[in-house]
Design a protein around this ligand. Sequence first.
Ligand SMILES: *Cc1c(COP(=O)(O)O)cnc(C)c1O
Length: 365
Amino acid sequence: MHAPATLRIHGDAIADNTRRIAQSTRAEVMAVVKADGFGHGRAALRALDAGATRLGVATIEEALPLRWAGVEAPILSWLNPVESDTVGALRNRIELAVPSQAHLARIAADATRLGIRAAVHLHVDTGMARDGAPPEEWKSLCELARLYEARGSIRVVGIMSHLARADEPGHPLTLRQRLVFDAAVRSARRRGLAPRHVHLAATAATLTDTATHLDLVRVGAGLYGIDPSHTTDLRGAMTLSARVTTVRDVPAATPVGYGSRYVTDGPTRLALVPLGYADGVPRALSPHAEAQVRGRRVPIAGAVSMDQLVLDVGALGVEPGEEVVLFGPGDAGEPTLREWADWAGTIEHEVVTRIGGRVHVEDAA
Ligand SMILES: *Cc1c(COP(=O)(O)O)cnc(C)c1O
């Protein structure tokens, strides 16, 4: 029996990408496995086996199952409301990033109640006005952290920030952010803090700018073969495929799908594929989008529906039950994730994190 649609996860590619990145830097590698490993599922163990020494996730809810699964490596969670499950995090030795005094006070109070010392990374915004403490709050955040350290409730083990334009190698904002970050770290040290892990780089900066590596690089996209800087050939780690449901032979000038957006050129065969936007195939795909069947690329005909799309397979003789590859690493000429992201007017990250729950997931080499 074949599943209608299958997502193959190439664990070896994740391991290779991790190894390659770990060998290219003297910094420690934190494998970022948020959003279900960027949609790749159990990536954490492969990355840890291949040279990553820590894990990073957005929320505490993402961190806890990693501990329950037996991961012993340090885990950092950096995006939580003040009123989140800090107690659960501390009990499970999850390190927490701290973007505000309110967060710090809450973590210190819970640590005191539990009779432990919380390991935290102070998070500073250095130029993207997103997560992390605004620069004007940095000194007071450091001073409060020092106070809690003296009382024994927290320990500042790290300082972190994030880069806005590292995917544009050599962009002046990256240098400016690095200088702001250096100043923030110096300011923290002057206030008596002694962070062991100072970290700034994600995938793009890790691949293009060693000056940003510092003690630790936080690599997500790159593990999964996505290089936002387009400078490095990493291995794609996902193949999305499906089985043809039905085929039909139609004459020239046959309108296909909602809105009749595609009209056949000549007599041809149409193959119905059971994957739609509910499964993560972007409805915004351009008219140039393609899939692969019988080793050949064929156009996606017309609008992507919720559950299905149609291929114009011409004279290839495609039959029901045959496998169609939507995208993959590109090794066999199939469309790549990068092409799909371009056809959808988005980035690869969005495509891989949106594959729907109906798609059967399989581990592959
Ligand atoms: C998602 C995220 C990363 C990983 O970024 P990539 O570009 O995918 O490597 C690193 N740091 C923070 C704070 C993040 O939110």
